[in-house]
Design a protein around this ligand. Structure first.
Ligand SMILES: Cc1ncc(COP(=O)(O)O)c(C=O)c1O
Length: 358
């Protein structure tokens, strides 16, 4: 079966050389030298400061909310991975949805303000499939209502917006380095924190709230990345430009082949792309089901990202019906872009749609 994501495993000998270092030092976790090296190299590669590696993308978001001392309601998108909403609920905050734009699949900035109430403390947008949000408009709304902004940038490795790393926007950006992402540390993530004092505070939260041996200064969590994960990240980082170039080629191939048949995501003109995912939106749920079945019959497994629309999950209030997100979620498929399967996938999609449309 060909899956949407294929974990990239770097050269085994190179990884082993890092493992040898870990065996020599005996230092496997607790802010070890490889985690520190990875943080430094990622800051250089991405052109950011105050980057902190953590255990995974879900904990990264939770640490961001703890750090900014959020309370009450948090406005977020219904069209993202469940972790964006789940992390808000897990911190006993109330996720309040605002609908997405039907073309970018990101939060529609024109709708955000009507979701603001006296209880709102933050906005948590996601750069869906690496597509930069309307950052200037979101920041403007946040400033007007004195709200914090935490971007879920899990799909946006290496993306720049108006010439700067996308991770440098908002009060905090969080990015997952899960094995399914093209830059990964098996499990892992990073936070990029605008304010220097908050960056220092985040280090303490990541370490159980302990600021020194035998001293606890605040509520914290175990958010640490370990040395074996950092070693994987250091190896993958060496290859990241090559991986990105391959993905770009695949993306462009699909765009050219499929443009007359499907709705393609419209990408922010002020930003670069991560080419992390290629999504196709069909005309109807029936078309989506037919294309999905045809691909599966050929051992190709597309994903219905992001289904369910998160306004339908059982732990959120029923008042919120996000029509655009539900509609897109019912017609979207994400197809593999990581190997030489693209011509086969494109052919199956086109033939299925030609048959259906007559
Ligand atoms: C948009 C988004 N947010 C959050 C996460 C959660 O990250 P993790 O799996 O590292 O906890 C993911 C994916 O894994 C994601 O795609």
């Amino acid at each position: 079966m060909v899956f949407v994501s294929k974990i990239y495993l770097p050269d085994k000998e190179k990884y082993k050389s890092y493992i040898d270092k870990i065996y020599e030092s005996g230092w496997v976790t607790n802010n070890g030298p490889l985690v520190q090296e990875l943080e430094k190299r990622l800051e250089e590669h991405l052109g950011v400061k105050n980057l902190l590696c953590v255990a995974n993308g879900t904990i990264a978001l939770q640490i961001a909310y703890m750090l900014l001392e959020l309370e009450g309601e948090v406005i977020t998108t219904p069209f993202t991975f469940v972790s964006t909403t789940g992390s808000i609920a897990a911190e006993k905050l109330t996720p309040v949805f605002s609908d997405i734009d039907a073309k970018s699949y990101n939060l529609d900035p024109a709708k955000i303000e009507s979701a603001v109430t006296g209880k709102t403390s933050a906005i948590v947008p996601c750069h869906v499939f690496g597509n930069a949000c309307e950052i200037d408009e979101i920041d403007e709304i946040a400033r007007k209502h004195n709200l914090k902004v935490i971007y879920d940038a899990s799909h946006a490795f290496g993306v720049t917006y108006k010439g700067k790393s996308i991770l440098s926007y908002g009060d905090v950006s969080a990015i997952s380095f899960h094995g399914t992402k093209f830059f990964h540390t098996v499990e892992g993530a990073a936070l990029v924190i605008k304010d220097d004092a908050l960056y220092e505070k985040a280090k303490v939260i990541r370490n159980y709230g302990s600021d020194a041996p035998d001293s606890v200064s605040m509520v914290g969590i175990n958010g640490k990345m370990n040395e074996l994960e950092a070693a994987m990240g250091l190896c993958v980082l060496d290859e990241v430009d090559t991986i990105l170039a391959q993905r770009r080629k695949s993306h462009e191939y699909y765009a050219e082949q499929l443009k007359d048949y499907i709705q393609m995501q419209s990408f922010n003109k002020d930003a670069s792309q991560s080419y992390s995912y290629f999504s196709i939106v069909l005309r109807s749920e029936e078309e989506m089901a037919a294309v999905r079945a045809a691909l599966i019959a050929q051992d190709i497994s597309p994903r219905q990202y992001f289904k369910p629309s998160l306004d339908t999950v059982p732990y959120v209030e029923e008042r919120q019906v996000m029509e655009v997100a539900r509609d897109i979620a019912s017609r979207i498929l994400v197809i593999p872009i990581h190997s030489d399967v693209e011509p086969t996938v494109a052919k199956i999609v086109i033939e299925t749609l030609q048959k259906m449309r007559g």
